[in-house]
Design a protein around this ligand. Structure first.
Ligand SMILES: *Cc1c(COP(=O)(O)O)cnc(C)c1O
Length: 396
């Protein structure tokens, strides 16, 4: 393998194409896929040395050359010291929490949170003696008021799903650090192209690389980006022994996808803005949520910490569940699917899918009304997407 380069001099798009690349003796131009679970040694002496910590690989649960390139490239893009990839976004979120929490600790999370993460916090962590407070993520005073002497972690996603609320990363980080706690940000909706939370004070960034990083709806994956301290003291040993390792094949897919991430995100944003503006003027649409729209209550904050509004647009149709379902059923191009971050535009009804498990009261608190639809705008021609939405909305 070729020697390590000093990557810090290059700009993000260059890092996305080349960051972390190591070539084998064959000098391949595309990064090699090392689909292997184990590694052979020259002899027992080398095996002994590796197990004592010498550089090199021992087992793919611990590390893999293809996965390492993906991790290093992600760390470079997020401005983090280190990265570790996992089998899914939820594996990344769960590991980032379990690796450093213990019974008696307290965690604060934003209310507008991915459903599975709420389950991990409210059910699993609680079962092991980690208490939680759930706050309105947009309200800095609420974060501040929730801090206790045993608070260890403040966790949120921004923009949030599905109402695209923005959490002030610098503001929450200041509150956390004053209390000696860590900030973990789920950056799946923005990707490192649009938002780099570490730059605003976050300590750890987690990703579902299943979404925009893969970008083509093919493979699950997750990433945790952190400091060397966090890796050495918490994460490394947790991952090695619990085993949420990513398949080298999925790591390779996501690594190669990073090369086009910036191009795709720019186009997702452009299409989403077109769709958001179109929906905003439609007679059968009551409300549109998109971070960079004039009508978004936190447009200024969104523009301060993001370089684009992202690919997700949420809207409320004139009516309730029946009307929302009628629109979804009338679509001819856009698919009904709860996934996002695909080249194909996907539409979901959050109240009956991603947010179905919440109590009606919790759904209202999360702003998820029955007439709400979320569209993860893909890379088709935006005019076709607007045509499809127009004919579907006219069915109301
Ligand atoms: C999809 C998603 C996750 C979970 O990722 P998986 O790869 O599906 O496990 C976590 N957070 C956010 C914001 C997501 O959109």
């Amino acid at each position: 393998m070729a020697t390590h380069k000093n990557w810090s001099r290059w700009r993000p798009q260059t890092l996305a194409v080349r960051g972390g690349q190591k070539r084998s003796e064959f000098q391949e131009t595309a990064e090699a896929l090392y689909l292997t679970s184990g590694y052979a040694y020259e002899g027992p002496e080398e095996a002994e040395a590796r197990f004592k910590g010498a550089a090199g690989y021992t087992y793919t649960r611990y590390g893999n050359p293809t996965t390492s390139i993906f991790e290093e490239r992600m760390a470079l893009l997020e401005g983090a010291a280190c990265g570790r990839a996992t089998s899914s976004g939820m594996a990344a979120v769960t590991a980032s929490l379990l690796c450093c929490l213990k019974a008696g600790d307290h965690i604060i999370v934003a209310r507008a949170l991915f459903g599975a993460i709420r389950y991990v916090v409210e059910e699993i962590l609680a079962r092991f003696g980690v208490s939680n407070t759930i706050v309105d993520g947009t309200d800095l005073a609420a974060w501040r008021a929730a801090v206790k002497p045993n608070t260890r972690i403040l966790f949120f996603e921004t923009p949030s799903n599905p109402t695209l609320e923005i959490v002030d990363i610098a503001g929450v980080s200041e509150i956390a650090h004053a209390a000696g706690a860590l900030v973990i940000v789920d950056n799946a909706f923005a990707s490192p192209v649009l938002q780099r939370p570490i730059q605003f004070g976050a300590d750890v960034v987690v990703h579902s690389s299943t979404k925009y990083i893969d970008g083509q709806g093919r493979a699950l994956g997750g990433v945790i980006l952190c400091s060397e301290d966090f890796l050495k003291n918490h994460l490394q040993i947790f991952l090695r022994n619990t085993g949420p390792a990513i398949s080298p094949f999925n790591a390779w897919l996501h690594l190669k996808s990073l090369e086009t991430l910036q191009l795709r995100m720019r186009e997702h944003c452009r299409n989403a803005e077109t769709v958001a503006n179109f929906l905003g003027e439609h007679r059968n649409v009551r409300r549109v949520f998109y971070p960079f729209l004039e009508s978004h209550p936190q447009q200024n904050l969104a523009k301060a910490q993001m370089s684009g509004g992202g690919g997700v647009v949420t809207f409320v149709v004139a009516g309730g569940k029946n009307e929302a379902f009628r629109v979804a059923n009338a679509l001819k191009l856009i698919d009904v699917s709860n996934n996002l971050g695909d080249t194909k535009s996907l539409l979901t009804h959050p109240a009956t899918t991603t947010h179905q498990r919440l109590t009606p009261e919790a759904r209202v608190a999360a702003g998820v009304v029955d007439g709400m639809l979320r569209i993860a705008v893909g890379l088709e021609d935006a005019a076709d997407l607007c045509d499809d939405l127009d004919q579907a909305l006219s069915s109301i």
